[in-house]
Design a protein. Structure first.
Length: 368
């Protein structure tokens, strides 16, 4: 039947709050005894995965950002070389792909024209094996891929993708662990990562508790014209996704930068009129991020920081901190996505835009 909004004012907000359930559903039946079950990828998956020496990820929009996060995981955790590209560029440049490259397409709809065309081109030219990470079982992408890992987000109505993204990340973590095992990830490490995955729905629920505080913050953004999102490591593509959300539904110009690039240009833009949003899990790069943020403060920039409670970040002159309880480093990119979705949502509501159907955008781009 028709999907209902229930008590939520917009589908987008409903879908943001559905994420604990959607992620739990995406993990359901795919983990057991501290291991990822490879049958989840389809019949014959083990043999295909055994032959993978490289991964090429292709996607568009938000799904592309999920791929960008996965590159960090596939290289750092699984030790597999990984390239990621928007399908609309890839398909026109005659890229070099080898037969032992697994082509991973990521798509909520499974009908994005560029993603489908890029997949068809590689299949015809190279014959690589293909895995689709997709939310619509009867879609073209699923039909045309040998391996399939369904995200089980349920129907996503809001044009700005939310639960599709976090379930894509969840699926990509399953892929990472399945490949990591082949490259010598010890069983006890896999069990530790699987335990982190099992905690993910609960961690997302906790992040959703920031909703009211973020709603209160949003008023500060409504009159701004520009904003800058900063992250490092796998949180850099999460910053890109946060910037995309804000652009899509609030029409505020937002850019994302890896925090280490700040002094190579964007620092020149920083003043009291351009909010800078930073995501700061308590990882290896925290100290470096802190010094990047210091540079922003020194130029009178106003900072909003989503930080691990153990990161030692406090409110201060021009700095607002929103604490998130500690998450395992592996799942932090998924957890930190949530407050950025909420921020974009509340800013758009204050601005009075059509949140679920932003101007000029379509839910699925099925023609070029
Ligand atoms: C459109 C939608 C985005 C989506 C992108 C890719 O631009 O507005 O939300 O991320 O297409 O769509 P897909 O269905 O392939 O994930």
């Amino acid at each position: 039947g028709a999907v209902e909004r229930g008590n939520y004012r917009h589908f987008m907000l409903k879908e943001i709050f559905e994420q604990p359930r959607a992620v739990a559903d995406t993990l359901e039946g795919r983990l057991a005894g501290g291991r990822v079950l490879e049958e989840a990828f389809g019949y014959g998956a083990a043999e295909v995965l055994d032959g993978v020496r490289e991964v090429q990820i292709l996607a568009c929009g938000t799904s592309y950002h999920a791929g960008m996060v996965a590159r960090y995981w596939l290289e750092a955790v699984a030790g597999v070389p990984c390239s990621v590209e928007v399908a609309n560029e890839f398909r026109y440049r005659r890229p070099v792909v080898r037969p032992d490259t697994l082509v991973v397409t990521i798509s909520q709809s499974g009908e994005t024209a560029d993603t489908l065309a890029a997949l068809r081109d590689i299949k015809a030219r190279v014959g690589s094996r293909a895995l689709a990470i997709c939310n619509v079982p009867e879609s073209s992408l699923v039909r045309e891929s040998e391996l399939v890992l369904m995200t089980r987000a349920g129907p996503e109505i809001g044009v700005a993708s939310t639960k599709a993204f976090t379930t894509q990340l969840t699926a990509l973590l399953l892929l990472t662990l399945a490949l990591a095992r082949r490259n010598g990830l010890p069983a006890e490490r896999e069990a530790e990562y699987v335990a982190a995955l099992e905690e993910l729905p609960r961690r997302i629920e906790r992040a959703l508790e920031l909703n009211d505080a973020i709603d209160a913050l949003a008023a500060d953004f409504a009159d701004k014209h520009h904003s800058l999102f900063l992250g490092r490591g796998p949180l850099y593509p999460v910053a890109m996704e946060g910037a995309l959300k804000l652009k899509e539904i609030s029409y505020i110009h937002a850019e994302a930068y890896p925090a280490g690039e700040l002094k190579h240009g964007p620092l020149a833009l920083v003043d009291g009129e351009m909010p800078v949003i930073a995501i700061a899990p308590n990882d290896d790069l925290l100290e470096k991020l802190k010094s990047n943020l210091q540079e922003v403060r020194a130029r009178g920039g106003r900072l909003v920081v989503f930080a691990d409670t153990a990161a030692g970040m406090d409110d201060g002159e021009g700095v607002r901190t929103f604490p998130l309880e500690h998450s395992h480093e592996l799942i932090a990119p998924v957890v930190y996505t949530v407050p950025l979705q909420l921020l974009a949502y509340h800013v758009a509501v204050i601005k009075g835009t059509d949140v679920d159907q932003p101007r000029n955008l379509a839910k699925s781009v099925t023609v070029e």
